[in-house]
Ligand binder design. Structure first.
Ligand SMILES: Nc1ncnc2c1ncn2[C@@H]1O[C@H](COP(=O)(O)OP(=O)(O)OP(=O)(O)O)[C@@H](O)[C@H]1O
Length: 686
């Protein structure tokens, strides 16, 4: 009978029938049973042979004392030889064989000398012999069915890689993917042994390292699944052509590429209470040239294409890669001080959003929270009638090249924000230029449960991916920057067995630019805008620095967009300038911020040339703060007053004291960075 199996795409594959078994007609059933029984016959033949040897021996040596000594010595020697010969096998098998030999040879010796039917000798033969033969049969059955499946031992591949005696179960064969359950030798081998042997398996099969993976069974330390993907189906690059689900919800899967078997590479940012999934924060990690920029574009275009999300985005590289999408961002912060304000705003909106969600009966953000609140179940009114409040879109706060931002923020602050953001419908996305612990501390890394791990230095694999995923065969270090777009994705919602499967993002070429521009235009007309709670909390700390997404009509489309990287913190460090860490984010060449209406007059300095009186100096200082606020620069430190000090003949230490005083007066608020103060917008200042 032809057995066929079809996959999801309708392709058919022949299934092989076990040897010796065919259509099941009468004649062949006997042949089949004989075939199945054959391996179990040798112990019984051994039993019969032992009986024959005892009978013939008695006939030959029945009366000889010397033969008795010889037979006893031969029996001991044979048992010893069995023990010695069994040293390469398992202890259990060695002992079993030695006991069998000892029992058999002792019986033959006794039968030869006293006669096979003397005293209990025949009873011993009739009872002990079958028991010993059966014990070998049982052993064989156990070996062939470790899982009660049709498993069979593999004497070839596994032996070659040092896993002899491990059992491979029935393999599932799919196009370009073989999945085989493995059961290891109880008490002797663990899943770690398979993990360590993966490279050797790849070598034995002449495949790349990433083609062989192992998924340990979470319930057993000696069972798991070996997955072999022989052909690299990712080698062909695929270009991005547009978002997967324009107008869908951010709660639906975000498609960022494909896996090596062609299935969609997806992830989720918000949680889903129905399946017990928490919202997540993500890291995009990869070395330069690994395709990190395009991976970020894959994710960002997916996020922006959803109807119920807003994005706050900080990019020290002046939106070099992201310029076409900028009009679709609710807040775009370029560089150090703008990012400081954005971070302060994220900190501020979290409790406000959590309160709002709680008041409307949401334990975490769900798509319904983004709609107008017409459901009495989700009402903030004490009488439980529908409140009709405006909905709250999900918020993605994205930090490109975030090493400096995170360092300035400090571990505790970041960990705290990440922890609380989960219940506020806020996801943090962080990208790192060099994925390593000198860029980000262990605790900050631990606050980002999801990762898109692109090619990296082999030494940084442990930073990019959890140990279990590396053990299962994931090796982004093997790609470096030679396989742009190749990545592993670890994120809640993805089947854990997939974590060690490589995927590849889509490539963004110049052809993608007009599509991204169209997407940004779509966001401007159809995308979510920030809700009053988020706007209120953000504006209370960021003042005019937070405008919310402006529409084309008000000029966002014509907002000047830098197409070249500006010199930023990283560049300054790498450029070898010796910069005081406190001043690292100050560009000594930079002009002071322009005023709102764009005129070129200096922001301060009308009264240059003479030292002001103390009262006048304080007034000028207050005016300077107001001008900073007007210009949207909400985080300041003494360095920002350098030119101002020069103009007014005042020292930076004088400014430092005034800054502290202003903080006591409620006009400034301390930030996580020593010597940097956040301006409290005038309307909300104490
Ligand atoms: N999925 C992909 N398929 C094919 N090529 C890709 C893919 N992703 C990125 N590339 C290409 O790989 C090259 C390196 O990408 P890119 O410069 O974006 O890397 P990067 O990690 O962002 O580097 P850097 O951090 O230096 O900006 C580019 O030529 C890019 O077009």
């Amino acid at each position: 009978m032809a057995h066929q199996w079809s996959d999801q795409d309708g392709r058919s594959y022949p299934l092989t029938v076990p040897a010796g078994m065919n259509d099941g007609t009468g004649g062949t059933v006997r042949a089949y049973l004989l075939n199945r029984a054959k391996p179990h016959l040798p112990p019984w033949l051994g039993w019969a042979g032992t009986g024959l040897a005892g009978t013939l021996g008695h006939w030959q040596w029945g009366e000889s004392a010397a033969a008795g000594v010889g037979l006893t010595l031969a029996s001991v020697a044979l048992t010893g030889a069995t023990w010695w010969a069994g040293k390469s096998t398992s202890n259990q098998r060695r002992l079993h064989a030695a006991i069998t030999t000892a029992a058999g040879t002792a019986w033959v010796t006794a039968a030869c000398l006293a006669g096979p039917t003397a005293g209990p000798i025949d009873d011993l033969f009739l009872m002990g012999g079958p028991a010993v033969a059966l014990s070998w049969n049982v052993r064989m059955v156990m070996r062939h069915n470790p899982d009660g499946s049709t498993a069979s031992s593999d004497g070839g591949l596994l032996e070659k890689v040092g896993l002899a005696r491990a059992q491979i179960g029935a393999a599932k064969v799919e196009p370009n993917r073989v999945t085989a359950p493995i059961a290891l030798q109880p008490g002797e081998q663990t899943n770690d042994d398979v993990t360590k042997a993966l490279m050797k398996i790849a070598s034995a099969l002449d495949l790349p390292t990433s083609a062989v993976r192992y998924t340990p069974d979470p319930d057993s330390v000696r069972r798991g699944e070996l997955v072999i993907v022989p052909e690299d189906m990712l080698s062909e690059e695929v270009q991005w052509e547009g978002p997967s689900n324009l107008g869908g919800s951010i709660a639906e899967p975000l498609v960022i590429g494909r896996y090596d078997d062609g299935s969609a590479l997806v992830m989720w940012l918000p949680g889903d209470p129905d399946v017990g999934r928490n919202s997540t924060h993500g890291l995009i990690a990869g070395q330069s040239g690994s395709g990190k920029g395009d991976a970020a574009l894959n994710l960002l275009t997916e996020v922006l294409s959803r109807r119920d999300v807003i994005v706050w985005f900080s990019d020290p590289k002046a939106f070099q890669d992201f310029a076409p999408l900028r009009p679709g961002l609710d807040w775009a912060a370029e560089g150090g001080s703008q990012t400081e304000v954005l971070v302060a705003a994220v900190e501020a909106v979290i409790p406000a959003r959590t309160r709002w969600l709680g008041a409307h009966g949401y334990r975490q953000w769900v798509p319904a929270a983004a709609e107008q609140q017409n459901d009495p179940e989700h009402s903030c009114r004490p009488d439980s009638r529908a409140c009709g409040c405006e909905g709250m879109p999900f918020l993605v706060a994205w930090f490109e090249e975030a090493a400096n931002t995170l360092r300035n923020l400090g571990d505790d602050a970041f960990t705290g924000i990440a922890q609380e953001a989960r219940s506020a419908g806020v996801s943090l996305i962080v990208s790192l230029q060099r994925p390593s612990y000198d860029q980000m501390s262990t605790s900050t890394r631990a606050s980002l449960p999801s990762v898109i791990a692109l090619g990296c230095d082999a030494r940084d694999e442990g930073f990019a991916l959890p140990e279990t995923v590396i053990d299962a065969g994931a090796h982004p270090g093997a790609w470096g920057n030679r396989r742009p777009g190749y990545c592993y994705v670890v994120s809640p919602g993805i089947d854990e067995a997939r974590y060690s499967s490589p995927g590849r993002t889509r490539r963004f070429t110049t052809r993608a630019v007009p599509v991204m521009e169209q997407l940004a235009a779509w966001v401007q007309h159809n995308g979510a805008t920030a809700d009053p709670v988020t706007v209120g909390a953000a504006a209370a700390v960021a003042g005019r620095a937070y405008t919310g997404r402006t529409t084309e009509e008000t000029g966002a489309g014509s907002r000047p967009v830098a197409l070249h990287a500006v010199q930023e913190e990283d560049d300054m460090e790498h450029g070898g300038l010796l910069v005081d860490p406190e001043d690292a984010d100050i560009d000594p060449e930079a002009e002071l911020p322009e005023t709102e209406d764009g005129d070129d007059s200096p922001i301060f300095g009308q009264e240059a040339g003479r030292k002001p009186s103390p009262e006048e100096a304080r007034r000028l200082f207050a005016q300077a703060l107001a001008e900073f606020e007007d210009a949207g620069q909400m985080v300041v430190g003494p360095k920002d007053f350098t030119d101002w000090c020069d103009r007014h003949g005042l020292s930076r230490s004088w400014v430092s004291l005034r800054l502290k005083e202003a903080a006591q007066d409620g006009r400034l608020d301390a930030t996580n960075t020593t010597g940097r103060w956040r301006i409290v917008p005038a309307l909300t200042a104490a």
